[in-house]
Design a protein around this ligand. Structure first.
Ligand SMILES: [Zn+2]
Length: 232
């Protein structure tokens, strides 16, 4: 932490402010939207994602008119899966899984790592929207993971806030560089694996639900060239 930051009087963290805001928002939701009893179970949710990706990859998408059901969707939302995706412009979860508006709760940031704010958003989906499947979605040729490798291996210095962001991806790069082989491909998978582990063991919200088998966290990698998603 820099001198200016450490001199700032202590106050509520961004996460506590966000979670507090989400709790207030949830209080305004109908009670029926908060339970998981009528939500999609994790196994069925994963199958829906994989089936949708098969349609997308083969050019037979079913969801092409996003205006269908728009007025009904204004009343509430029940996304059947949450996706933690990279912000890469070539990766679009709604398209890649052939889903319509309201189906997926998507959190995106370069490198698809677990940030505090991203975690809070995913907790919101699980606890207040009834989402029971979380997928951490990496992708081939990820520039953020590649940058982390260059920072760790070549000591490249990046401008602005990028070093702070890459600090979250560097552990994957460090592990893979020590092992050798397909460094970028393996680091992308390792970064996804670390994300899954971080979410599945996250206290106090997600870990108990995962431990009870009520919520599942899975990892996957999207191939830019084929459009296919493979579980990681
Ligand atoms: Zn990426």
């Amino acid at each position: 932490m820099c001198d200016i930051c450490s001199a700032t009087p202590p106050g509520p963290s961004r996460r506590s402010v966000l979670v507090g805001g989400l709790a207030a928002l949830a209080a305004s939701l109908p009670l029926g939207a908060l339970g998981s009893e009528d939500s999609v179970d994790p196994e069925s949710a994963l199958q829906r994602l994989l089936d949708g990706n098969a349609r997308y990859a083969s050019g037979t998408r079913a969801n092409t008119d996003f205006s269908v059901g728009r007025a009904q969707r204004a009343l509430t939302q029940r996304p059947f899966a949450a996706i933690l995706s990279c912000a890469d412009s070539r990766v679009s979860p709604e398209l890649a899984f052939d889903q319509g508006p309201g189906d997926l709760f998507v959190v995106r940031l370069a490198g698809n790592f677990v940030s505090e704010d991203g975690l809070a958003s995913l907790e919101y989906a699980v606890n207040f929207l009834g989402t029971r499947l979380i997928m951490v979605l990496g992708h081939s040729n990820c520039g953020a993971v590649d940058a982390a490798i260059k920072v760790v291996r070549d000591k490249v210095e990046l401008p602005g806030h990028l070093p702070e962001m890459l600090r979250e991806i560097n552990p994957a790069a460090e592990t893979v560089l020590a092992a050798g082989g397909d460094i970028l491909g393996t680091a992308i998978t390792e970064n996804v694996r670390l994300g899954v582990q971080s979410l599945a063991t996250s206290q106090p919200s997600l870990a108990p639900r995962v431990g009870a088998g009520d919520v599942q966290v899975v990892g996957a990698v999207y191939d830019l060239a084929t459009g296919r998603v493979g579980l990681a």
